[in-house]
Design a protein around this ligand. Structure first.
Ligand code: ADP
Ligand code: MG
Length: 626
């Protein structure tokens, strides 16, 4: 059977393509500049293998020229140009990429920087122009040609005069309508910013005539408009430079130029990988928290470049949430882009890069922690919370990655310590990692619950942030040591003589405690003799998984489900108050009720919990005064 060719409504196809590939019109300039850069690159590659040609870098450039009066925007290059045939095949055939063919023909080992591959970018010009005129003279040819098209209706070609080798693309910018303005594409500042955004690292100079007001020569007050040719792009991507050529200042300057932050970066990480997937990356760990960091508005992500051309402003897939503070960029020549070059065709390469980057960030933080402790503490002050969120979220799946990056304030050291430091100096008889929760270090210092643990000589970690205890609950253990709150009813000490005494005392006063428990029904689940108090008369502890701190946090959340910790009122039997309780139990139950409530409310105050009825509490105090 004879095979038939598909037919395409090329007019419609072109129209569809022009208006549906790109999400933003401004990328037309990125496409035309990329083509110009490719055209210059082609001379460069030719000169490498053909000694009829020399490549003298200074004579190659791209120029962008706006003419408001005539509504034209011209993009000129001194590149390889196109013959008549090339104009027909490359610009007259949709999806025909002369650049891709060139890449395949010339086998240059070093890897190509040529950007073009899909053969559609050129048509982006029709997003902003009614008429596109291309005047081109090919390298080694005498004649020049003019190609002209109004888009879907086709094109014309004729001979024309042009002195120099290269190509001029002249766009007749569309008239603005009520809904759409195209005037911006004739504005100097706008064009400049588009070039900066997408084409800053094109390796050849992109020039524009920039007009500024300058003081007239010899005058002190008279200004004149001066037009000067300026190079707009930075050209050399710093990430392609050798690390040894770059100073800290270079990296800091780049950080500021890129507007990654207003601060100075705490650390930069420069990665060059030449493996199965090749990429360069410059990453920064900022010093201070961006103002919107802990808000919903904050968007994480790295800039993604393909061959020096910006593809994505914030590629979120490159960073895990727990490292969302990292700023910077990745440039890879091995990404398979989709046709609009705004998205990736497949994410296997991206995943691979993300995985490597993630490892690298972690190891850099670890080495900062080890070698530059002060710096790390600064970092931790800004972003430690994010790491703890990282331990907690995703059901703890990242806890192994993050646990060694955590720091907590230590009762012993009076500064931040790592879990490893804590565990490595635990006395042999200590079975648990102890922690205490509270609003601040000062407050925890005064918690009666810490007394006994501290008395044993055990170090206590202070949890002052909401997330701390949740993160630790997710961690469960560190180096086989479980975490234990100093407020949990069982501190996990080996039973000893004094415990026995306590038990006896508990039995002897069973009825007293039972009475107090009933008086506080609904408020506490038990009243017991405390094993942990030394000087304070009372405190609260908890049975079960939910601590008092967690109760506070959970109930402050918008969808609070009124979760309650099982609170235990602990009484210090060595305190004189206990004798008063005993006496009241024998002689005066109203007094016992009064004392019980007073003690309970005191315990609440110590915990930083609200007293249900403060007026009643103050009245109760007055009662014992008179
Ligand atoms: P791509 O750049 O992906 O190949 P384009 O549609 O942007 O696709 O361009 C099509 C082809 O036209 C290019 O591959 C190149 O051969 C040719 N071309 C476009 N612009 C120029 C230029 N300024 N100089 C020389 N050739 C060009
Ligand atoms: Mg192109």
């Amino acid at each position: 059977m004879a095979k038939k060719q598909f037919k395409a409504e090329s007019k419609r196809l072109l129209e569809m393509m022009i208006n549906s590939i790109y999400s933003q019109r401004e990328v037309f300039l990125r496409e035309l500049i990329s083509n110009a850069s490719d055209a210059i690159d082609k001379i460069y590659y030719k000169a490498l293998t053909d000694n009829r040609y020399q490549f003298d870098k200074d004579s190659y450039y791209i120029k962008v020229l706006a003419d408001k009066e005539n509504r034209t925007l011209t993009i000129s290059d001194t590149g390889i140009g196109m013959t008549k045939e090339e104009l027909e095949t490359n610009l007259g055939t949709i999806a025909k990429s002369g650049s891709l063919a060139f890449k395949k023909e010339t086998e240059i080992k070093d890897g190509h920087d040529i950007i073009g591959q899909f053969g559609v970018g050129f048509y982006a010009a029709f997003m902003v122009a009614d008429v596109v005129t291309v005047i081109s003279k090919a390298l080694g040819n005498e004649e020049a040609y003019k190609w002209e098209s109004k888009g879907a209706d086709g094109y014309t070609i004729e001979t024309v005069d042009k002195d120099t080798v290269g190509t001029d693309i002249i766009l007749k910018i569309k008239e603005s309508t009520e809904d759409e303005s195209y005037d911006e594409f004739l504005e100097e500042y706008r064009l400049k910013s588009i070039i900066k955004k997408y084409s800053d690292f094109i390796r050849y100079p992109i020039k524009m005539d920039i007009t500024t007001s300058k003081l007239k020569e010899g005058s002190e007050s008279e200004y004149e408009q001066v037009t000067e040719e300026q190079v707009i792009n930075s050209m050399v991507p710093i990430w392609r430079k050798n690390k040894s050529e770059l100073t800290d200042e270079d990296y800091e300057k780049f950080y500021n130029e890129k507007h990654y932050g207003f601060d100075k970066p705490l650390k930069h990480i420069h990665i060059s990988v030449d493996g199965t997937i090749r990429y360069n990356a410059i990453l920064y760990i900022p010093e201070s928290i961006p103002f919107d960091y802990y808000s919903k508005e904050y968007e994480k992500g790295l800039e993604l470049y393909s061959n020096g051309v910006l593809i994505m402003n914030k590629c979120a897939d490159l960073l895990p949430d727990y490292f969302s503070f990292v700023k910077g960029l990745v440039d890879s020549e091995d990404l398979s882009l989709n046709i609009s070059r705004e998205m990736l065709q497949q994410d296997r390469q991206l995943k691979l890069i993300a995985k490597n980057i993630n490892k690298k960030i972690k190891s850099e933080l670890q080495s900062m922690l080890k070698n530059e402790r002060e710096k790390y503490e600064k970092f931790y002050d800004s972003f430690g919370r994010q790491l703890k969120f990282g331990v907690y979220s995703d059901y703890g799946s990242n806890k192994d990655t993050l646990q060694d990056l955590l720091l907590f304030y230590s009762s012993k050291e009076k500064k931040l310590v790592t879990l490893d430091e804590y565990v490595s100096r635990m006395p042999e008889d200590q079975k648990y990692i102890y922690y205490a929760t509270g609003d601040s270090v000062e407050r925890i210092d005064k918690l009666p619950q810490t007394e006994l643990v501290a008395d044993k000589g055990y170090e206590i970690l202070y949890f002052t942030e909401d997330i701390d205890e949740f993160a630790i609950k997710m961690l469960m253990k560190y180096k086989e040591k479980e975490f234990k709150s100093v407020s949990s009813s069982d501190l996990g000490f080996e039973p000893n003589e004094s415990d026995k005494a306590t038990e006896e005392e508990q039995n002897e006063n069973k009825e007293l405690f039972e009475y107090m428990k009933n008086a506080l029904a609904g408020k506490v689940t038990d009243v017991r003799i405390s094993k942990r108090l030394k000087t304070h008369p009372v405190c609260l502890s908890t049975d079960g998984e939910i601590s008092i701190e967690m109760e506070k946090i959970l109930n402050a959340m918008p969808d609070n489900q009124n979760i309650k910790a099982d609170k235990v009122l602990e009484i210090n039997v060595h305190h004189e108050v206990f004798q008063s309780l005993k006496a009241a139990f024998e002689q005066d139950k109203t007094k016992l009720d009064l004392y019980t409530h007073l003690l309970y409310n005191q315990a609440l105050l110590i915990e930083g919990l609200p007293i249900q009825d403060p007026v009643e509490f103050t009245n109760d105090i007055c009662k014992i005064m008179v």
